[in-house]
Design a protein around this ligand. Structure first.
Ligand code: 5RP
Length: 224
C-alpha cells in the first residue's frame, strides 16, 4: 500500500460524497486534482456536470475523461471545487501555486459554495516552511521584488530548465518568495496583495469544507 493507493481511494470518496447530478464543478490543478478528475470521469451522470478548469493541465485531463465545460460566467454558480495544496498549516491556511495556477485557483476557491482539498500527509505542517508563489506582471517584476524584500521576503523568479522564465497562463511571472516566518497568514496575504503589479498571492486563507489527507500506509483521513 502506498501514497498513490491512498490518493486513489480518497478521490473516489470525495467524488461520491461531494458530486451530485447537474452541478457546476471547479477543477483545481496538479497531480492530486487530476486523480479526482479521473474519478469524476467514471460517473454515470458525468454528462450532467459542467466543469470550470483552473489550468490547461487540468482541462486536458478533463477532456480526456469526456467531461463537459461551463462558460466562465458560471464561476459564481460553482457548487464544489476540488483542489490540491503545496502546504497546509495548523490553522488550515494553505500555500498554493506550485504549478503556477494560483490566480484561477483563488478565484474558484473564493467563489465556490464548497471547497474540498486533498494533499498527502507530508504537506500538513505546523507552520509554513516553504516559499510563497507570488504572481507578478512582468513589467513590475523588479519593483515588486524590491517591495517583497522590504516586507521581509527573499524573492526568486521561477524559471524553467535552461533559465527561461516560467510564464503563467495569464502571461505573468512567479516570484517564489521565502519568509523567515508567517505568523498571520491573512495579514501577510493582504499586505503582499497590495503591492503594485502583484496579481495574486499563493497564501489561501478560506477554510475548506473538507481536507483529505493521504497517508503513506495507503489510508486517508478526512478533516471537516
Ligand atoms: C497548482 C497548485 C497545486 O494544487 C499544488 O501545487 C499541488 O499539486 P500536486 O497535487 O501535484 O502536489 O496549487 O497551482
Amino acid at each position: 500500500m502506498s501514497l498513490q493507493d491512498a490518493i486513489l481511494k480518497l478521490a473516489r470518496d470525495a467524488v461520491v460524497k461531494f458530486v451530485r447530478k447537474d452541478q457546476v464543478i471547479g477543477l483545481g490543478s496538479g497531480s492530486t486534482a487530476a486523480y479526482i478528475v479521473r474519478e469524476m470521469a467514471s460517473l454515470d451522470f458525468k454528462n450532467t456536470l459542467e466543469c470550470v478548469p483552473t489550468s490547461l493541465q487540468i482541462k486536458v485531463e478533463a477532456e480526456k475523461g469526456g467531461l463537459r465545460f461551463a462558460d466562465e460566467s458560471m464561476v459564481p454558480d460553482i457548487d464544489v471545487v476540488f483542489d490540491g495544496a503545496d502546504q497546509i498549516d495548523a490553522g488550515f491556511n494553505m500555500i498554493k501555486g506550485g504549478g503556477g495556477a494560483l490566480m484561477r485557483e483563488k478565484i474558484l476557491i473564493s467563489a465556490a459554495k464548497k471547497v474540498v482539498i486533498a494533499a498527502d500527509e507530508g504537506k500538513f505542517v505546523k507552520s509554513f516552511s516553504r516559499s510563497v508563489p507570488i504572481e507578478v506582471h512582468p513589467m513590475a517584476r523588479t519593483a515588486a521584488a524590491g517591495k517583497l524584500q522590504k516586507a521581509g521576503g527573499r524573492p526568486t523568479m521561477r524559471t524553467l530548465d535552461k533559465g527561461y522564465p516560467f510564464i503563467t497562463e495569464n502571461g505573468n511571472v512567479i516570484l517564489d518568495t521565502t519568509f523567515a516566518s508567517i505568523s498571520d497568514p491573512h495579514r501577510t496575504e493582504m499586505e503582499l496583495k497590495s503591492i503594485a503589479g502583484v496579481v495574486e498571492v499563493g497564501i489561501f486563507t478560506r477554510r475548506a469544507d473538507a481536507y483529505y489527507k493521504a497517508k503513506a500506509d495507503g489510508t486517508f483521513e478526512v478533516i471537516y
